[in-house]
Design a protein around this ligand. Structure first.
Ligand SMILES: [Zn+2]
Length: 159
């Protein structure tokens, strides 16, 4: 019985690792090597988009943008969010209650300080954008897309 339990646990552990690996090696429409991304992106962009880093809160100029426009992926210009879905979360990171289109972002299981979380990535290049939480505005989606400003570029509608 004890051996059976051990076997079961082994399968469970290896099974989980296998899934995590698959998720990490997932193919995206735009695929580049680490060296290519490094050459193309600024060191800060590379750290966040390709290494899953986080910018310091209240550091991004995109926090203050309230004019109509589109936030696109800094790596591949895939449209991600619209200003009309942006809200002031008080966290210091650009926050949105929904993406421009659910197909434009990808959700991946992640952990923050050991706690289960959901990572948001660009669905085109797989670049790390931020995380999504369930403490957004209740009157709309209830979701909070907490996104690094460095991972995005803003394109005003008037341009
Ligand atoms: Zn992208």
């Amino acid at each position: 019985m004890k051996q059976l339990l051990l076997l079961f646990l082994t399968v469970l552990i290896f099974g989980c690792n296998g899934n995590a690996q698959d998720e990490k090696n997932k193919e995206y429409p735009l695929s580049k090597t680490e060296a290519e991304w490094k050459a193309e992106l600024s060191p800060q962009e590379f750290q966040i988009l390709r290494k899953g880093g986080t910018e310091p809160p209240f550091s991004s100029p995109l926090n203050d943008i309230d004019e109509p426009g589109t936030f696109v992926c800094a790596a591949c210009e895939n449209p991600l969010y619209r200003t009309k879905n942006k809200f002031d979360s008080g966290t210091g990171w650009p926050s949105f209650d929904r993406p421009i289109n659910e197909e434009n972002v990808d959700y991946r299981p992640d952990r923050i300080n050991g706690v289960k979380a959901t990572e948001v990535a660009c669905a085109n290049c797989g670049g790390h954008l931020g995380h999504v939480f369930n403490d957004g505005p209740k009157e709309t989606t209830g979701r909070r897309h907490c996104i690094n400003g460095i991972a995005m570029k803003f394109i005003p509608d008037t341009k």
